[in-house]
Write a protein that binds this ligand. Structure first.
Ligand SMILES: NC(=O)c1ccc[n+]([C@@H]2O[C@H](COP(=O)([O-])OP(=O)(O)OC[C@H]3O[C@@H](n4cnc5c(N)ncnc54)[C@H](OP(=O)(O)O)[C@@H]3O)[C@@H](O)[C@H]2O)c1
Length: 339
């Protein structure tokens, strides 16, 4: 569907947001062959300058004909906007890589993590979905273990940064921290409770089954990406007062027994992963050290001594990069044959 060219006209929808800004940076850093970059956001941002390759580009608002001539559009403006505007873009022969939850579980739309299921890109019909940030870093790690030992069950608990909610939540954590340290009242606008100096076992809306939407995204998206409905997953997702990078504790039960050393060896060979695991020297991944990095870092790998075939580990990745912008740009790179 996408014509092969030397350079491409690229659009970023939601360019002023936490993910959108990271997308612009990632396109520049990875030297994506951009002939022209067009940036879109809401009316609030119309005309705002955003820097790309030492030049300022003015933010535009979306119109019916906005996508004419654009080859690839990276969307990160929320599900409602994707629902309306992704089909408009596709009608203009533009390929959409969508970061929102709108199309992820649509059977007509591939849900892709390039390290895991790159072949699914071949059947797209104009839209390719980027998974949820907490799912992406988990499947990057699960895939090589599943290939080697078949995963039966995963118990995951997340420790997710506020940038996962967007720019307003980053501002809220900063403001609450300042206010509390100045003996002022902390105001809550984004989350139901204070996030500074606190932990909230609540990400996204609660569903009928008392899980949150975020927890069920981790369950359902993982099965779709891995192409295997037999993997049992249960998730608890938690917001922590960290600006950037999500951490996850994984407990994995396998069909074949794998030792911790074997898992270290498997993951060391796998794409997009860095094993950072020497606990006796205090070496394990922590969010502040992983922010700005591309890989998913894995540490605390150890056998689960409570079951016969189980492994525990701790994984950390930058939610704005691998969890969003980088994964989208990697999909675009594969699409144009640049990896
Ligand atoms: N943050 C993450 O780690 C992460 C990871 C994976 C996926 N995602 C998904 O990516 C999307 C964006 O997340 P974010 O964290 O970047 O949020 P954000 O910081 O709140 O940014 C939202 C963006 O959407 C734009 N927007 C809002 N209403 C619009 C409209 N009517 N028309 C056009 N643009 C509009 C905003 O423009 P203005 O600045 O003009 O309001 C802004 O650029 C969401 O769907 C989210 O679920 C986020």
């Amino acid at each position: 569907m996408l014509k092969k060219k030397g350079k491409y006209i690229v659009g970023v929808v939601g360019a002023t947001g936490a993910v959108g800004r990271e997308m612009v940076r990632t396109l520049e850093e990875r030297d994506f062959p951009v002939e022209k970059l067009r940036l879109f956001a809401s009316e609030r941002s119309e005309g705002k300058p955003i820097e790309f390759r030492d030049k300022n580009i003015s933010v535009e608002i979306l119109k019916e004909n906005s996508f004419e001539g654009i080859d690839i559009a990276l969307f990160s403006a929320g599900a409602e906007r994707s629902k309306i505007w992704a089909p408009v873009a596709v009608r203009s022969a533009c390929v959409v890589i969508d970061n929102s939850s709108q199309w992820r579980m649509d059977p007509e739309v591939p849900l892709v993590v390039p390290e895991v299921n790159p072949d699914d890109m071949s059947w797209h019909k104009g839209i390719i979905a980027n998974p949820n940030c907490s799912t992406i870093q988990m499947v990057v790690v699960l895939k090589p273990i599943h290939d080697a030992a078949r995963i039966k069950r995963v118990v995951v608990t997340t420790f997710q940064s506020v940038s996962g909610t967007g720019q307003k939540a980053i501002d809220e954590l900063l403001q609450q921290t300042k206010d509390i340290l100045n003996f002022k009242e902390a105001k809550c606008n984004v989350y139901p409770y204070q996030i500074a100096f606190n932990v909230l076992p609540h990400i996204d809306k609660f569903l009928e089954n008392d899980y949150t939407k975020e927890e069920m995204k981790m369950v359902n998206e993982t099965k779709k990406i891995m192409g295997d409905n037999s993997i049992n997953i249960t998730a608890t997702t938690v917001r922590v007062p960290v600006f950037r990078s999500h951490s996850e504790s994984l407990n994995i039960e396998t069909e074949r027994k794998v030792t911790a050393n074997e898992v270290r060896a498997i993951l060391s060979e796998a794409p997009g992963i860095i094993v950072f695991d020497a606990p006796h020297k205090n070496i394990y991944p922590i969010p502040i050290n992983i922010a700005g990095r591309d890989e998913t870092y894995v540490g605390r790998i150890r056998e689960d001594e409570s079951i016969e075939k189980g492994i525990n580990m701790w994984i950390v990745a930058d939610n704005l990069r691998k969890g969003a912008a980088l994964n989208a740009v990697q999909i675009a790179e594969r699409m144009i044959g640049k990896e």
